[in-house]
Design a protein around this ligand. Structure first.
Ligand code: NDP
Length: 444
């Protein structure tokens, strides 16, 4: 058994019933063999065993009272995975599917993603199985206050800086920050994605979606191509999807389909983003309403069908494992040339293999969606420096970071003999920095 096989096998035995964590660890570890061969000292120092074991896992009860006066109880999580290169950093996800396996897969991915940004941030992730859908503002506030009443003792501007993720947007960050400030009596950069009136950064809302488009644009440019005239499919209609759509359209692409967790809309004339924004951001409604408002559009129940629409570029921006083997085969058959992951782990291992085998340019999440956390790190820099940068300044830094990430993962893939394999490139480039810092710190 190789070192990687042994660590993966032990991980599966020691962490049973955590399929998403196993999937992410397999995707990462199986690409690291060439680095481990170059550095036999890593095995001697048990580096991989330490890399896959979170430094700290915090699980807690979140009790709150709903509008009918009934007591509700949810599970809260914060996984502080790796602080070798900086304070733990990663979002909070509020969704009924949240469990320890999902938070650990996200945390593990986050370590390498944060490393790729080139900024000093470690990896963490958290959340709850609380479902914000259909809850009143008061219920959301009650939940967030209860969640923070435990979380506050584990986080801090130099320790662990959470942000948003699925189900956690500006409203939730506001309530969480308010409670932190009340308990700690500190107005610090302890959360990112804050509102502009209390320490947030311009362009943070747009950052993940814009960043996804910037890195894809660079991959296109390196092949003498651009977004102009391309047909694009974007899954999801949340924060990442909306701003990916906006930037892609501004570069001349035609986005023809988007979805939410109930179904998808197809608009051959190109999605009218203002209508989507009004439904999802303002009214918190369902995407189905788009087809009632825009006559050229059709709505279909269920999400999977979206991948049967022919496109040049597919941008999965909703959730994990949304593109399986069958959907990947359909995309390839219909001529997809680029797949860039806005969501975390939206493609299954089989789907990635199909893209790579068919020469689809595949940009994995930890590189492609790193723009969000990179801009969060820029928000941290502005907070500690007590200063504000303009939208254009932040956007320019974001673009620069995404272009650098593309060239880093491209070079790493080439250096290790896997030209064009950006899964290898991203894992290797992200891992090298973390591994070197962990070695410098001794056995901890
Ligand atoms: P949002 O909550 O804003 O939007 C999520 C979107 O995905 C919604 O349209 C939602 O539909 C849909 N969705 C969620 N779960 C499912 C599901 N099981 N099946 C189908 N559709 C689903 O989240 P974000 O846009 O912030 O996050 C999207 C992805 O991007 C996640 O994987 C997240 O981890 C990743 N990401 C986000 C970053 C950020 O800065 N926000 C940074 C890096 C990665 P509905 O409206 O019906 O709930």
């Amino acid at each position: 058994m190789t070192y990687v096989e042994r660590v993966l096998s032990d991980l599966k035995t020691n962490n049973p019933n955590e399929p998403e964590f196993h999937q992410a660890a397999t995707e990462i570890l199986t690409t690291l063999a060439p680095v481990l061969e170059k550095h036999p000292e890593y095995e001697a120092a048990g580096l991989l065993e330490r890399f896959v074991e979170p430094e700290r896992v915090i699980m807690f009860r979140v009790a709150w009272v709903d509008d009918s006066g009934k007591t509700r109880v949810n599970k809260g999580y914060r996984v502080q995975f790796n602080s070798a290169i900086g304070p733990y950093k990663g979002g909070l996800r509020f969704h009924p599917s949240v469990n320890l396996s999902i938070i650990k897969f996200l945390g593990l991915e986050q370590i390498l993603k944060n490393s790729l940004t080139g900024l000093p941030i470690g990896g963490g992730k958290g959340g709850s199985d609380f479902d914000p859908k259909g809850k009143s503002d008061r219920e959301i506030m009650a939940f967030c206050q209860s969640f923070m009443t435990e979380l506050y003792r584990h986080i801090g501007a130099d320790t662990d800086v959470p942000a948003g993720d699925i189900g956690v947007g500006g409203r939730e960050i506001g309530y969480l920050f308010g409670q932190y400030k009340r308990i700690r009596d500190e107005h610090t950069g302890v959360l990112t994605g804050r509102g502009l009136t209390y320490g947030g950064s311009l362009a943070r809302t747009e950052a993940t979606g814009y960043g996804l488009i910037y890195i894809t644009e660079e991959a296109l440019k390196m092949r003498g191509d651009s977004f102009k005239g391309k047909t694009v499919i974007i899954s999801g209609s949340g924060n990442v999807a909306i701003y990916a759509c906006q930037k892609a359209q501004s570069l001349g692409a035609k986005v023809v389909a988007m979805y939410d967790s109930n179904g998808y809309v197809y608009d051959p004339n190109g999605i009218q983003l203002e209508v989507i924004k009004d439904i999802k951001e303002v009214k918190r409604g369902r995407i189905k309403e788009y087809a009632d408002k825009v006559k050229t559009a059709t709505y279909k129940d269920g999400c999977k069908g979206i991948w049967s629409i022919p496109c040049d570029i597919a941008l999965p921006c909703a959730t994990q494992n949304e593109i399986d083997k069958q959907s990947a085969e359909l995309l390839v058959k219909n001529g997809v040339k680029f797949v860039a992951e806005g969501a975390n782990m939206p493609s299954t291992l089989e789907a990635i293999e199909i893209f790579q085998r068919n020469n689809v340019v595949f940009l994995p999440a930890k590189a492609a969606n790193a723009g969000g956390v990179a801009t969060s790190a820029l928000e941290m820099a502005q907070s500690s420096g007590r200063m504000y940068w303009s939208f254009d300044e932040v956007d320019a830094k974001l673009k620069n970071i995404m272009v650098n990430i593309y060239h880093n993962i491209d070079s790493a893939a080439k250096d290790y003999g896997f030209d064009g394999n950006y899964v290898m490139g991203a894992n290797i480039a992200g891992f090298i920095k973390v591994a070197s810092a962990m070695m410098a710190h001794g056995i901890v």
